[in-house]
Design a protein around this ligand. Sequence first.
Ligand code: LLP
Length: 411
Amino acid sequence: MKPVHGPQLVALARQHGTPSWIYDAAVIRERIAQLRQFDTIRFAQKACSNIHILRLMREAGVKVDAVSLGEIERALAAGYRGNDANSGIVFTADLLDRATLARVVELDIPVNAGSPQMLEQLGQANPGHRVWLRINPGFGHGHSQKTNTGGEQSKHGIWHEHLDEAYALIDRYRLDLVGLHMHIGSGVDYSHLAEVCDAMVAQVKASGRDLRAISAGGGLSIPYRVDGERIDTAHYFSLWDKARQQIEAHLGHPVHLEIEPGRFLVAESGKLVAEVRALKDVGSNHFVLCDAGFNDLMRPAMYGSHHEVTLLTADGAVKHGPTRPTVLAGPLCESGDVFTQEEGGVVAPRALPAAAVGDFVVFHDGGAYGASMSSNYNTRPLIPEILLDGDQARLIRRRQTVAELLALEDI
Ligand code: LLP
């Protein structure tokens, strides 16, 4: 069973209301420490983009990736700069909308280009701009087909057979090529990770270019199920370090090695706390309904993702006792608003102790792609985020109000 400090979670839930996100800074710092061998750890902030989390990352020496204008502004708000020599921010995407193009040029933010058009538009706007090339090596992997970002089914990166066009544009606009980048998917297992290293070496050799850096992308998985596999980060580093050494031997100078994780750094730091509000038996299924929905935690509905769950009594004790097959669901107006389901939407009852109205439900490992993928569906306000750091608990995002939602339409 995943560990919880029930009384503290329940006290915070009572203070800030449910549902709420609660993060533990110590877990994030531990995960950063596990990746220190890489020259640069670049946090893929899409996983958890709260400014206070970004500030924690910056203070720990972690750089940041941005994939939208909004994420650039978040990084700036957290104190990152676009134009420092070490690229505090890199913008990674497959297209540049007009507003973002203007902003990356204004702030001199290096662009990791996933299409030739990005190079063309950037080159026209600002010849000489720093760029990375994101390569789709022709294969990919992910915990779900939706998170596999390599191969023919994926829109991401520049297809490995079409790089000549990219290099020609780099020459035409005298773009400053920093390095090559490969991110083949999210929730990737070992065999695929090793394959990317080989592909990177081959691509650097084929490019005929001088490069300062390579990026391993993100994709490291975490053990969502208690018995799940944990990526051995030292072994992972050694795979990439070997690739880097081959590249250095080829180029004749040192090459900077980046990694760009999202999930690995934050997933295990975050818990979603909700309150049980209703119980019902529907034919053979026993439903427990809590006040968090897929608008708060999208991953089970979107990918059939598994999140471990702990039930707490109203005073914070972990519930034990006989279990029964339970379908844990939320308040939304869709049958897919179920936290215990498989990919494709089939409900998958889970053995849980008998729940009562007023119990609390703790969803584990929601720090990555939890709050950042939440929405206002059913006109539900975004929920609070709280950061535990030592003996301090700080509200780092307050609950949105319904009035704030309605105000956007008051025109
Ligand atoms: N770099 C790039 C270019 C990416 O697109 C991503 C994730 C990452 C790094 C970080 O990947 P990570 O280390 O977190 O696996 N919503 C899905 C995950 C989508 C990931 C999208 N890109 C989920 O909840 O599992």
